[in-house]
Design a protein around this ligand. Structure first.
Ligand SMILES: *Cc1c(COP(=O)(O)O)cnc(C)c1O
Length: 392
């Protein structure tokens, strides 16, 4: 099949909900992708932060294939080794107490919302179900997580939206207290706002916010769907902020490309959700769990230290180019935003880079880089070379 034939097929039969780049991908290896006609692309996207250990990573392929040959699915009504072992690994490496597995980031965040509301209901009764979130946040595309998302531009067309969310300006404790009230049970936030433009929260603000949550008995819910699983150079970003949240969601990078999401809870919350309170048919299925176990094995302390180093080098190299269309870089680890200077737009630059063999993402008004955490120096150099040649 040619690129044009594939495009035509897609437009005829697929619901056109994505503004796709004019690129098809057939296969990949590491951080290098190949289209149907063999064109090579350097991947600074990892899906959207999903293929954390690169494409066709041999340890990941082996784990998936072995588990598929043994047991592909069984209901969560039965015990399985991959599920329990993965939960153990995540708890031991995060300092949290217990895990729940679903299939996506939005589903993980739905779990956090249910957890916070039930925690509060069990302790205080009705009327305390409101969750504070931050402006410019992104928490998902289900009706409830879309409501939790603090971006008015996304709150259209799908009325009625559910009650129970209020938004505060990120970075201001006063704004948060202004939005508070006796009806609040939790605060949910991303430590680096991803879709909003790769904007890290200030350490001091996060610390003060955690203190406020503890004082008011609001659960501190951290959405690590994008920042989690090594993306920022520690297994979870909260580990760099010196806080221990009450619950944390994860998804994108966890299973290296297979659909998996979920959440971890602290000791305080381990008994909030009991039998029948929450569930997921596919959640934590053995193949995804085995894939995630392989991802976590690959992302050992050395690899995570490498993520921080690669992130610093990548940002320094881009800033040193002094390209007229780009401004400062920001982010944590290999989650990097690059300011785009008008009249150029991030969409236009991303499309030109794709034409020249480098895949990058956009977020807010910025370019966003989320390369595989295992990207090699040679692939990084090749990507930087394309960036420089295209944007000079
Ligand atoms: C991508 C993302 C989500 C939504 O994840 P899905 O798997 O698409 O449901 C939620 N929160 C954050 C921070 C994200 O980056």
């Amino acid at each position: 099949m040619t690129h044009e034939e594939l495009k035509q097929l897609d437009h005829q039969y697929v619901l056109q909900t994505y503004g796709r780049f004019d690129v098809d991908i057939d296969h990949g290896q590491g951080a290098t992708l190949y289209s149907l006609d063999g064109t090579e692309y350097i991947d600074f996207t990892s899906g959207i932060g999903v293929c954390s250990v690169g494409h066709a990573n041999p340890r990941w392929v082996e784990a998936v294939a072995d588990q598929a040959a043994r047991l592909g699915h069984i209901s969560n009504l039965y015990y399985t080794q991959p599920y329990a072992r993965l939960a153990q690994t995540l708890c031991e490496r995060s300092g949290l107490a217990a895990a729940f597995f679903g299939n996506s980031g939005a589903e993980g965040n739905e779990g956090l919302i249910k957890l916070a509301r039930k925690y509060s209901f069990d302790k205080y009764g009705k009327g305390r179900g409101t969750i504070l979130t931050l402006k410019n946040s992104f928490h998902g595309r289900t009706i409830t997580t879309l409501t939790a998302t603090g971006q008015d531009r996304l709150h259209h067309s799908f009325f009625p939206f559910p009650d129970g969310f209020r938004y505060a300006e990120a970075g201001s404790l006063d704004a948060l207290q202004g939005a508070a009230g006796h009806d609040v049970c939790a605060v949910m936030l991303e430590l680096v706002q991803g879709e909003g433009g790769v904007i890290p929260l200030e350490r001091e603000y996060v610390h003060d916010l955690a203190v406020l949550c503890a004082e008011r008995d609001w659960l501190l819910l951290v959405d690590e769907v994008q920042t989690g699983i090594g993306r920022t150079g520690t297994l979870f970003a909260f580990q760099q902020y010196g806080i221990l949240p009450d619950a944390v969601s994860f998804a994108k990078g966890i299973a290296g490309g297979l659909p998996m999401g979920g959440f971890l809870v602290s000791e305080k919350c381990r008994d909030v959700l009991g039998p029948g309170d929450h569930g997921s048919t596919f959640g934590g299925n053995p193949i995804c769990a085995a894939a995630a176990q392989a991802v976590l094995d690959i992302l050992d302390e050395d690899t995570l230290a490498g993520v921080q180093k690669k992130g610093r080098c990548l940002r320094a190299a881009i800033e040193a180019m002094g390209l007229p269309c780009l401004g400062a870089t920001r982010g944590l680890g290999l989650m990097i935003g690059i300011e785009v200077k008008p009249p150029r737009t991030n969409k236009e630059l991303a499309a030109r880079l794709a034409q020249n063999g480098l895949l990058v993402l956009t977020a807010g008004d910025a370019l966003r880089l989320l390369p595989p955490l295992t990207i090699t120096q040679a692939e990084l150099d090749r990507g930087l070379e394309i960036l420089k040649q295209t944007l000079s």
